[in-house]
Design a protein around this ligand. Structure first.
Ligand code: UD1
Ligand code: CA
Length: 464
């Protein structure tokens, strides 16, 4: 992919504004950390910035600053503190001293997460040519956005915030996305002239537009074809709207790649899904983190799958929760199964309803079909874990391992107190609590012997 940086001679500095509190969110979590498709808003903007291959990325942070920085420990960006949030213009003022005069500056907003790299590369090209480039849009609902005011000949004159606009200006449908690009030297000059005599008492970045026009600079508006890409997130309603956009796009990508998605409005992809052919996904499935699905995998409704791999021809019945699991081919999981981290299930394994498996391996064709807990266990092939079998892996202080060899059967309602080994082909009688090694090939019974009292009589009610 050709990058914006390679198309102009000077360097590119991207400034991302992320210092605001996001009061309209009514949340303790700073706005730029609110999750969209499973990742903080700011992570989406950083991705876009990286795709432009800039010389430097400056992130202006301030409100809940340490929390914001801590969320991106591995980011190779320059963090610039804006101690008091005096407006978007003031925020950019904090960043530009770190930008060489000959650079082109692109300003992105931390709460505008869906912008693609192409329109931004266009802005950068215009900015690199010495002009002020703005990204504008015509959203369905302009409420809250700055409006682009044009002069009689149709040239951009300035941008006016909703709170400062006259009724005529409010009727304008062309809105400011806030995103702009300009030569650093000129931008610094305009920023130095900003004033805060407006409805919000803030230094608006958007005022540089009017200042640039007043000084005879060329101002070019690039209008986005699809305003959805530039929607900002100020409140939870807008966050949900963007989540719906992400959902639709993720579902579309899966369907284009051949996945049957029963209802694209009822699937969430909070991360990445790779898959084989003829995968079927029923309604209300949530994918999180990194998920790999083989060929012909079928996922029943209501499953939540996080950071897991599912092999060819495996079927997940409804309402399974998988987290950090590797599941082999032709397995059958659920309904209502929970598979927890560092579990590996071999081919042909069956895990049934109300069965929890944690940090365990189950070999080929082993089964735990009903109401069991299998934790910290190494289970061989063709093992049958009977209904209600519990692996008691925890003594109240430490976890211990259990080894169950090939072809063993555990009876219903048996308890295996770890650490313990069950030999190959062993059978444990129903209702047993085993605490010692269970020998191979034998039946082991560990429960009180059944007895019947021949002369026992049921008490009868005393006559009154
Ligand atoms: C801003 C624009 C508006 C545009 C809209 C597009 C201004 C004055 N207005 O309005 O024209 O239509 O975005 O979404 O720029 N921030 C800081 N420091 C501050 C203030 C804000 O870093 O002192 C950051 C915020 O964290 C946020 C971004 O700047 O990421 C935008 O701020 P916000 O208050 O949401 O601006 P809007 O009212 O949406
Ligand atoms: Ca905003």
């Amino acid at each position: 992919m050709s990058t914006a940086a390679s198309t102009h001679s000077t360097g590119l500095s991207v400034v991302i504004l992320a210092a605001g509190e996001g009061r309209r969110m009514n949340s303790r979590l700073p706005k730029v950390l609110q999750p969209l498709a499973g990742r903080p808003l700011l992570a989406h903007v950083l991705d876009t910035a990286h795709r432009l291959s800039p010389q430097r990325i400056l992130v202006v942070y301030g409100h809940a600053g340490e929390q914001v920085r801590a969320a991106f420990p591995d980011e190779s960006v320059q963090w610039v503190l804006q101690e008091r949030q005096l407006g978007t213009g003031h925020a950019v003022q904090q960043a530009v001293p770190h930008v060489p005069d000959d650079d082109t500056v692109l300003v992105l907003y931390g709460d505008v997460p869906l912008l693609g790299a192409e329109p931004l590369a266009r802005l950068v090209r215009i900015g690199a040519a010495g002009e002020l480039a703005l990204l504008t849009m015509v959203p369905e609902d302009p409420a809250g956005y700055g409006r682009i005011v044009r002069d009689a000949s149709g040239r951009v004159a300035r941008s006016v915030e909703q709170k400062d606009a006259t009724p005529e200006e409010l009727a304008v449908r062309e809105c400011n996305t806030g995103v702009l690009a300009a030569p650093a030297r000129r931008l610094k000059g305009w920023l130095a002239q900003l004033r805060n005599d407006n409805a919000q008492g803030e230094y608006y970045l958007t005022d540089v537009i009017g200042l640039a026009v007043a000084q005879g600079a060329t101002v070019t508006a690039v209008s986005l074809a699809d305003s959805i890409d530039a929607l900002g997130v100020n409140d939870k309603t807008q966050l949900a709207q963007l989540e719906a956009v992400c959902r639709r796009r993720a579902a579309q990508a899966l369907m284009t790649a051949g996945v049957t998605v029963v209802d694209p409005a009822r699937i969430d992809v909070r991360g990445s899904v790779t898959h084989g052919q003829d995968v079927f996904v029923d309604v209300n499935v949530v994918f999180e983190g990194t998920v790999k699905l083989g060929n012909r995998v079928r996922i029943g409704s209501g499953c939540v799958i996080r950071d897991s791999e599912v092999g060819d021809d495996t079927e997940l019945f409804p309402f399974c929760v998988l987290d950090g699991a590797v599941i082999g081919a032709a397995a059958r999981i659920g309904p209502f199964s929970r598979v927890r981290p560092t579990t590996a299930l071999g081919p042909g394994v069956h895990i049934g309803n109300f069965v929890e498996v944690k940090n365990s391996t189950l070999g080929t064709d082993s089964k735990a079909n009903h109401l069991s807990y299998v934790g910290d266990a190494q289970v061989g092939a063709r093992v049958n874990i009977g209904a209600g079998t519990i692996v008691a892996n925890y003594d109240g202080a430490n976890k211990h391992r259990t080894i169950i060899h090939d072809d063993a059967h555990t009876g219903s309602n048996s308890v295996l107190v770890a650490p313990i080994t069950v030999g190959e082909g062993a059978t444990i009688a129903a209702g047993s609590t085993v605490v010692h090694e269970v020998p191979a090939g034998r039946l082991t019974i560990a429960r009180a012997r059944q007895s019947t009292l021949e002369d026992w009589q049921r008490p009868v009610k005393k006559p009154k």
